[in-house]
Design a protein. Structure first.
Length: 449
């Protein structure tokens, strides 16, 4: 054991991360081989949109609810007679490109699985780079190992939700934001802007977060270095961001004559966490996911059935969810507040409504991230304050998603995304805690009289 520890400490960093990335790639590949469905995988809304595009119907999908009216149910068996913006476009287009090259078959599914493995491995490497840039080599090694074996993220390699893509993109954007804070290079903040734009096209809420992260990075850099180009760099980052997101936003404006940055259904996500069936977790009171799935008699389904299936359908549908959510808040304020707090507990700890994650392995991976993260945040704030602290990027990320979960619904996939991105900070927390323990319990030297 001692020789293994010595080898670990003496291993060259380049060889170390190479070995860890190879291990990460192999373990994810093995998981895909044994758990992936190569014949008829569930692809949900992302796959539906890609398949409609492949069939020549454009970027569209039916609003995911079980129609109550039989005539509407029959209409939903046909392609939607309109194009829409229900899903952020990057992942559906990525699936579509694979379908276009290989067809909607095993070859395309295999290609998508392999990309998931690759994206997951790149995320491991990015976790290493961030921890090394922000903290130290020991934290970087911990981050790499923890990211490589982080089982909740590995499970995502056999899904088609884009989780591996947006975990990677979020870490990449954060890396370049922190790199800019430390080294003041204009090209770093420009790349960060581009990556924030790409992440926004996978996770629509990143539209708002991008502004906060970019502004914070430029501001902290200025306070640290008095960089005279801070206004130029701020504009450069936002121009890069707009160059990526702008075409899709403009397309939406042309379609709806309304400012829709990415998607048409923000109130739908709020309603899912704020209705009489919601229970503060990923599942509702009867143990099912909060969704218009036909198993619960949601009155909102009748209202959706009454809407014409035209270009304005998605806008009108989201307005219904807005009305329903506001009505719920007015009539159930105590329950709404309690459920909001329970969702935050679900994000930072364990969702009590989801028995599938109530096992020692998942619980271990949650708390090996969250407890050290909180310790690292407290330590870095005491040490560097806020205004000059590069860790402010992760602080903002954590604060944003905590506030977001107070408002919208909670899904276990959201927690896995959150934990994966916070992993570099967790590695530093683990490093700090281990140093304290070593210092506390190291053998005392005998002092000669």
């Amino acid at each position: 054991m001692g020789k293994l520890i010595d080898y670990y400490h003496n291993l060259d960093l380049k060889r170390f991360i190479l070995y860890v990335c190879i291990f990460s790639f192999v373990i994810r590949l093995a998981f895909v081989f044994f758990k992936g469905d190569f014949e008829n995988p569930k692809m949900w809304e992302h796959g539906d949109t890609a398949r409609y595009m492949l069939a020549g119907h454009g970027y569209t999908m039916h609003w995911p609810y079980r129609a109550i009216d039989e005539a509407r149910h029959e209409l939903k068996q046909d392609p939607p007679p309109y194009v829409g913006s229900f899903m952020p476009p990057l992942n559906p287009y990525f699936i579509y490109l694979n379908f276009k090259v290989f067809g909607d078959n095993t070859k395309a599914y295999t290609s998508l699985f392999l990309f998931n493995v690759l994206f997951g491995t790149i995320a491991v490497y990015l976790s290493f780079l961030i921890a090394r840039l922000l903290f130290n080599d020991d934290a970087a090694k911990i981050a790499a190992i923890l990211a490589a074996i982080f089982l909740p993220a590995i499970v995502g390699t056999v899904t088609f939700s884009g989780s591996q893509m947006y975990q990677m993109l979020a870490l990449a954007a954060i890396y370049y934001l922190i790199k800019y804070i430390k080294f003041s290079k204009s090209h770093d903040i420009m790349i960060a802007g581009l990556l924030c734009g790409l992440q926004t096209l996978v996770r629509s809420e990143f539209f708002a977060l991008s502004f906060a992260l970019i502004f914070a990075a430029v501001l902290v850099n200025y306070w640290r270095t008095r960089n005279k180009k801070f206004i130029f760099n701020l504009i450069l980052a936002f121009v890069a961001f707009a160059a990526v997101v702008g075409p899709w936003t403009y397309r939406n404006y042309q379609l709806y004559d309304k400012f829709i940055p990415v998607v048409t259904h923000p109130w739908h996500e709020i309603w899912r966490g704020n209705n009489i069936f919601a229970s503060g977790g990923a599942r509702n009171a009867d143990g099912r996911h909060v969704w218009l799935d036909g198993h619960n008699d949601y009155s909102v389904a009748h209202r959706l059935d009454s809407l014409p299936l035209d270009t304005r359908f998605e806008i009108a549908a989201d307005s219904i969810f807005r009305d329903e959510a506001i009505h719920y808040w007015k009539n159930n304020p105590k329950k709404a507040i309690l459920n909001s707090l329970l969702r935050v507990v679900s994000l930072w700890a364990i969702d009590y409504t989801s028995p599938e994650i109530h096992n020692p392995i998942y619980i271990f991976f949650v708390f090996i991230i969250t407890i050290p993260v909180l310790y690292a945040f407290a330590y870095s704030i005491r040490k560097d304050g806020l205004l000059r602290n590069p860790n402010v990027i992760f602080l903002l990320f954590a604060l944003f998603y905590t506030v977001l979960i107070l408002t919208v619904n909670f899904i276990i996939r959201y927690q896995i995304y959150f934990l994966t991105v916070m992993l570099p900070v967790s590695s530093y927390g683990i490093y700090l805690i281990s140093q304290k323990l070593i210092e506390k319990y190291k053998p005392k030297k005998l002092i000669k009289n």
